[in-house]
Ligand binder design. Structure first.
Ligand SMILES: [Zn+2]
Length: 278
């Protein structure tokens, strides 16, 4: 495991980051392709290049990222971020934005559910309003995921789909717990010569179906690959957690906190603390 933490430090010293045009996150990579550590879209360009190619999208997505990084995030931040995504979706013919927005809606829904927990003493009306809104957000998110799948399928029928689209269709199926359809998307991914993304997709699939032995192998292969994925380390610690190797899992997560800014790591560290105190 020490090897993986050394690898992490090496990646940082290499100081190569790619910018995700779909969510505004920058992710450490070793080569010219990576996976966003936040929304898992495929990324291939640094911000310095993207800002010349598409300054408007970079500025809009940076504005979203800023709102969502707010430590004291409010409903207004979420609403404004959603509005900007809608502008981008209307302008760009790109399923990556749909997927990032679907994830945002789930995050927003979780945020509202937490508000209910905090407001237990509050008025019932207020709580049921929050509850209804969070349910609506999840169903809107699902609609977006289904739209990704149907658009991708339509494009497959007219033979105009891209590799990115098929990968997104796979992610959408996983999010919807459609494992059979996810398996079919995975088979489509195999038709392309994209070993790194294929291994990553297999890792996600094996985690989803709780095949932790195969997932461990996928994570290890990814960590040996020229195209390093920081997410592979997160999934590896998730597998360790499920194998009840809490100490090792926590060790990796504590290092990862420096590089990945999302709730998954924080939540998993909390889960470990609960298990360790049992
Ligand atoms: Zn992203």
């Amino acid at each position: 495991m020490k090897m993986y933490l050394d690898l992490l430090r090496f990646v940082e010293s290499n100081n190569k980051k790619l910018f995700c045009i779909y969510c505004g996150t920058e992710t450490y990579v070793l080569n010219n392709i990576g996976i966003c550590s936040n929304c898992e879209n495929i990324i291939s360009l640094p911000s310095s290049v993207l800002i010349k190619q598409d300054p408007e999208a970079v500025s809009k997505i940076s504005a979203i990222n800023e709102k969502l990084s707010n430590q004291n995030i409010t409903e207004t931040d979420f609403e404004e971020a959603i509005k900007i995504y809608d502008e981008l979706i209307a302008k760009k013919n790109n399923l990556g934005y749909l997927y990032a927005k679907a994830l945002l809606l789930i995050k927003y829904s979780n945020y509202l559910i937490n508000q209910i927990n905090y407001n237990k003493q509050g008025f019932m009306d207020e709580n049921s309003e929050l509850n209804e809104k969070s349910i609506k957000l999840v169903s809107d998110s699902k609609l977006l995921l289904y739209k990704i799948i149907s658009t991708c399928n339509a494009n497959i029928n007219s033979n105009i789909n891209s590799f990115n689209e098929i990968y997104l269709m796979f992610l959408a199926n996983i999010k919807l717990n459609n494992f059979k359809a996810a398996q079919s998307s995975l088979n489509l991914i195999k038709n392309f010569n994209e070993i790194f993304i294929l291994e990553y997709s297999q890792l996600i699939f094996n985690i989803a179906i709780k095949n932790y032995e195969n997932a461990t192998n996928n994570a290890k292969n990814l960590l040996m690959h020229d195209n390093f994925s920081i997410n592979a380390l997160f999934y590896y610690s998730f597998v360790l957690f499920n194998k009840k190797e809490f100490k090792q899992s926590k060790n990796i997560l504590q290092q990862l906190q420096k590089y990945i800014k999302n709730d998954n790591i924080k939540n998993l560290i909390q889960d470990i603390a609960i298990k360790q105190n049992l």
